[in-house]
Design a protein around this ligand. Structure first.
Ligand SMILES: Nc1ncnc2c1ncn2[C@@H]1O[C@H](COP(=O)(O)OP(=O)(O)OP(=O)(O)O)[C@@H](O)[C@H]1O
Length: 315
């Protein structure tokens, strides 16, 4: 299966990044102008922040990108020492064959405040010769002086149809047949995260010749959305035993965890409320009960007992 598909299918050029259209257009301007300010990419996991940064670096720095590029990712130390040593040493050197060098720092929101202040000093000291691209999930965790020195790009979850198209493309490239409902279920679980979608696709493909709903559920241990829908419908219509049996089946036979059940129940009732199939009074009651169940399960209570008690409150 030759390595992880997430790497094999990581777009190399800005124009190939899926979604994030407005961001890509703005980044392409930097390539045309051959200059760029310090940038900050924020947004959820797996939506193209690192991918866009790498594609941008290659386009802006051209053939000399390797000599002029430093990438530090989550596995590297995140303290002030990293800034004082690795980053400082890199910044001191003159650009080779390009007007400036680029530092890409992933998960900046996990850096200590001290390290962020040290980073800010480096950014100020080398404004002419080094540009920084900082990536994080939450920009609110970044100190103000850094935020005000960067152009901020807010990446969004990838649209379902864009993920479906990408997964279909990958399945075809890899010569795997697939059932469309299986692809749609992957998209449902991945919630806009392209990395997660591709990883689930690859794991399901390892189960056989064809990517089916069964091969998918074998690898992800999640409940089929239809089972959750049926369970909630039964509970709301007063069929407690029917709902409870379905709950047991899903948790015992498919091995779905309590936390996953809570998330999937949340998705289902939110969907009903959003589609006006549930009054806001009922929704508020259910959400309160679900929040308590969620908390108790996280605190270590028995998930099956908690979820049965939750279903009893749906009646
Ligand atoms: N917009 C996208 N278009 C095409 N592929 C994508 C996109 N976003 C993510 N991917 C796929 O997911 C993989 C991981 O994406 P990437 O490293 O860019 O995520 P990220 O947004 O930087 O996430 P994190 O916050 O976890 O670092 C890529 O190698 C690629 O295969």
């Amino acid at each position: 299966m030759n390595g992880p598909w997430v790497e094999k299918y990581r777009p190399q050029k800005l124009e190939d990044v899926v979604g994030q259209k407005h961001i890509i257009e703005r980044l392409e301007k930097y390539v045309n102008e051959e200059s760029m300010p310090n940038l900050m990419f924020t947004g959820p996991a797996g939506v193209g922040k690192t991918t866009s940064a790498l594609a941008l670096v290659k386009s802006v720095l051209g053939e000399y990108w390797r000599q002029n590029f430093l990438e530090l990712n989550a596995s590297d130390a995140r303290g002030i020492e990293t800034v004082r040593t690795n980053i400082k040493e890199f910044c001191r050197l003159k650009p080779v064959g390009t007007p400036f060098r680029i530092v890409f720092l992933d998960e900046v929101d996990n850096m200590t405040k001290d390290a962020q202040h040290a980073l800010r000093r480096e950014m100020e000291m080398y404004t002419k010769t080094v540009s920084f691209i900082l990536s994080c999930n939450y920009s609110s965790k970044i100190i103000d002086p850094i935020q005000s020195r960067t152009a901020i790009f807010r990446f969004t979850p990838i649209k379902s149809e864009d993920i479906v198209n990408r997964l279909e493309y990958i399945a075809k490239e890899e010569n795997f047949e697939y059932e469309l409902p299986a692809i749609e279920s992957i998209v449902y679980f991945a919630e806009g995260d392209m990395r997660k979608s591709i990883n689930i696709l690859q794991a399901s493909a390892s189960e056989g010749e064809k990517i089916t709903e069964d091969s998918l559920y074998d690898v992800i241990s999640k409940a089929k959305p239809k089972d959750i829908t049926d369970m909630i419908t039964k509970a709301l219509s007063g069929d407690f035993m029917g709902a409870r049996n379905l709950l047991r089946e899903v948790m015992v036979l498919q091995g779905t965890s309590g936390e996953d059940m809570v998330n999937q129940i949340y998705q289902e009732i939110s969907k009903r409320a959003f589609e006006d199939k549930m009054s806001s009074e009922v929704y508020i009651d259910l959400i309160e009960s679900l929040a308590q169940t969620d908390f108790r399960i996280r605190e270590g209570a028995n998930p099956r007992i908690q979820l049965e008690a939750l279903l009893a409150q749906f009646l």
